[in-house]
Write a protein that binds this ligand. Structure first.
Ligand code: URP
Ligand code: ZN
Ligand code: ZN
Length: 458
């Protein structure tokens, strides 16, 4: 099967030109100003942007958490991702205490198998460390699971002590992997949560008021310090606070391999959302929480200046019925919100159209840079001969109103309900197959493949 995409404005992290793209089977085989080839199908992309497919390196599909399971599985979640212009995800497999990493990997491979409509890889969440687990870490890196997420928060569930974190970092420093860190001081937060509940402060907004920005800043500083001593790259996930950003900036200025992502919710929503009436604030209960509105500009500046290297979603949706598990006790509200489908349009509309980031930087933050950090580049994350034909044809002038009812995520609310965005994904190719065709899903659950990621080159 061959496809010729003609006349689109091709945007990568570094290029911006009008041209044709020729695809044979799953790869791009030629790019030129005007290509003479005949193809099985020609797609006219004049007036449209052609981006490398979005890469979302932070999703939680079919994830048991907080007494419930995230509402999107690998079928609904990856179809929603495709509608939004994302063609690869890196999800999180979880090693629960007493389990092997291999068991966790197999469990998550089964969840995705036969369901995922786009390509997927895994990070491994580690909740327990011993000699056997350390050996398994090396094996996982060889299998293409090249990053390990550790938690400094959620005591009794996911949180690891500093010694275990340090051991995992030392091992990862040796085996070519990368550490992903949930950086919030879980001990401090736990004390604040217990105190708030004892004082009768039970509403959703106390989720945010018991998770201070400084608790994120402190943990980010500690994560970077531990990683520096262990000589391993560290990637701070879902960075939300200026206090944390300062720590990453300082580390990068010293030349350390410290990286960080933020997420659309921290760029477009704020603490004010927790003050919405009744139980509405529960929609935004996630960790770290939404911050003061002023933080948004700090994050945008971090994105523009490369103190932040990626925008991922932390997609972890729960329907309102599940959120109501926390009626009368904010600490029981499942943490997480939907976002896998809305990332590209939100960031284009609120970032590129407002002049906060350039079009090239948009591609870099949503695709190229995550591909480089997590061992997917150049197979993914760019438009080049030899790369997978994961492509998005994007209409920069079309507008869309974000509504839970018309989006495709399996969740009954949307944090951006009613927001109008300009810039909409029109057509999507995943390894040369058209999976979104003029706004209609034409792919197949199960057509996505596991991506064996490369260890870092350092
Ligand atoms: O609230 C969040 N972020 N839920 C997902 C789990 C995590 O910590 O990433
Ligand atoms: Zn986290
Ligand atoms: Zn997460």
């Amino acid at each position: 099967m061959s496809i010729l995409i003609t006349g689109g404005r091709i945007i990568t992290a570094t290029d911006d030109y009008v041209g044709d793209i020729f695809i044979e089977d799953d790869r791009i085989t030629a790019i030129g100003t005007t290509l003479p080839m005949k193809a099985d199908r020609t797609i006219d992309a004049r007036g449209k942007f052609v981006f490398p497919g979005g890469i979302d390196v932070h999703t939680h599909l079919d994830m048991p958490f907080g007494g419930s399971t995230s509402a999107d599985d690998f079928e609904t979640g990856t179809i929603a991702a495709a509608f939004g212009g994302t063609t690869s995800i890196v999800d999180f497999a979880i090693q629960y205490r007493g389990q092997t990493l291999h068991h966790a990997w197999e469990t998550w491979m089964k969840k995705a198998d036969g369901k995922a409509a786009i390509d997927y890889g895994f990070h491994m969440i580690m909740t327990e460390l011993n000699d056997q687990v350390e050996l398994e870490m090396d094996a996982l890196v060889r299998q293409g699971v090249t990053s390990f997420k550790l938690f400094m928060a959620y005591p009794g569930v996911f949180m690891l002590d500093d010694a275990s974190i340090f051991k995992a970092m030392l091992r990862t420093g040796q085996n070519g992997g990368t550490i992903c860190m949930h950086a919030e001081n879980g001990g401090v937060i736990d004390v604040l949560v217990q105190r708030a509940l004892a004082e009768g402060k039970t509403a959703p907004k106390y989720h945010a008021l018991t998770r201070p920005a400084r608790a994120e800043g402190e943990a980010t500083h500690r994560a970077i310090a531990l990683a520096e001593m262990a000589d391993v790259p560290v990637y701070i996930v879902h960075l939300s606070a200026a206090e944390a950003l300062e720590m990453v900036t300082e580390a990068r200025d010293r030349g350390l391999p410290a990286f960080a992502e933020t997420c659309p919710q921290y760029l477009f929503l704020s603490y004010d959302n927790y003050e919405e009436p009744g139980f509405e604030g529960a929609k935004y209960v996630m960790s770290p929480p939404l911050r003061q509105k002023e933080t948004q500009n700090r994050l945008w500046r971090g994105l523009a200046g490369n103190d932040l290297q990626a925008i991922a979603t932390d997609h972890c949706p729960f329907c309102m019925k599940e959120k109501h598990l926390g009626d009368g006790d904010f600490s029981k509200i499942p943490n997480g919100a939907p976002g896998i489908e809305t990332r590209m349009s939100l960031v284009y509309d609120g970032g590129v159209r407002t002049g906060k980031i350039s079009l090239n930087r948009f591609v870099e933050l949503t695709s190229t840079s995550p591909a480089k950090i997590f061992g997917l580049f150049p197979r993914k994350g760019t438009v080049a001969p030899g790369s997978d034909a994961d492509l998005v044809i994007f209409d920069p002038e079309k507008t869309m109103t974000l509504r839970a009812k018309t989006l495709h995520m399996n969740v009954d609310y949307n944090p951006y309900e009613g927001r109008e965005v300009t810039g909409v994904t029109e057509t999507v190719l995943s390894r040369g197959r058209v999976i979104i065709d003029g706004g209609t899903f034409t792919g197949r659950p199960g057509a996505g493949s596991f991506i064996k990621r490369q260890p870092r080159l350092l």
